[in-house]
Design a protein around this ligand. Structure first.
Ligand code: DAT
Ligand code: MG
Length: 151
């Protein structure tokens, strides 16, 4: 499905370290289509929902402090297999296990400062996009390069 979508977020450490452009560049040059983008400091309520699956784990509080500590860049990217390819581009959750060439493998050292988030399934992507964006924040446009990206 060439209209598959993923929620990709540059975390506060990625913003502070000036890696926003680099991350956008990688998704753009791969051929994915940017559908939405905004800079926001997420509220605790939003983060509790976003990371709902991790409530009760020992890293939950530090995680919410970290992600809520400053602005993040929230994005929606679209394209064939963007969820799984996006996860590959991000690299493993623990940067020590991320391959060089991946975003975390190139820019991060520890799990608690791993630069960026990407949805882990189509279902998560839909849930996260609904959580972070209103429908009217999702751009409707056709990428003129599409016929050179897909056969
Ligand atoms: P991912 O972000 O790769 O989807 P996840 O959903 O398992 O990974 O965890 C969400 C975030 O929580 C992760 O990016 C960083 C933090 N985290 C996960 N496991 C952790 C751990 N063992 N120690 C510290 N932070 C952790
Ligand atoms: Mg996850």
């Amino acid at each position: 499905d060439a209209h598959e979508r993923s929620f990709i977020m540059v975390k506060p450490d990625g913003v502070q370290r000036g890696i926003v452009g680099e991350i956008i560049k990688r998704f753009e040059q791969r051929g994915f289509k940017l559908v939405a983008l905004k800079m926001v400091t997420p509220t605790r309520v939003l983060l509790e929902q976003h990371y709902d699956e991790h409530q009760g784990k020992k890293f939950f509080e530090p995680l919410l402090q970290y992600i809520g500590s400053g602005p993040v860049v929230a994005m929606v990217w679209e394209g064939l297999n963007v969820v799984s390819v996006g996860r590959k581009m991000l690299g493993a959750t623990d940067p020590a296990k991320s391959e060089p060439g991946t975003i975390r493998g190139d820019f991060a050292i520890v799990t608690g400062r791993n630069i960026a988030h990407g949805s882990d399934s189509d279902k998560s992507a839909k849930r996260e996009i609904d959580l972070w964006f209103r429908a009217d924040e999702l751009a409707v446009w056709t990428n003129s390069a599409e016929r050179w990206i897909y056969e």
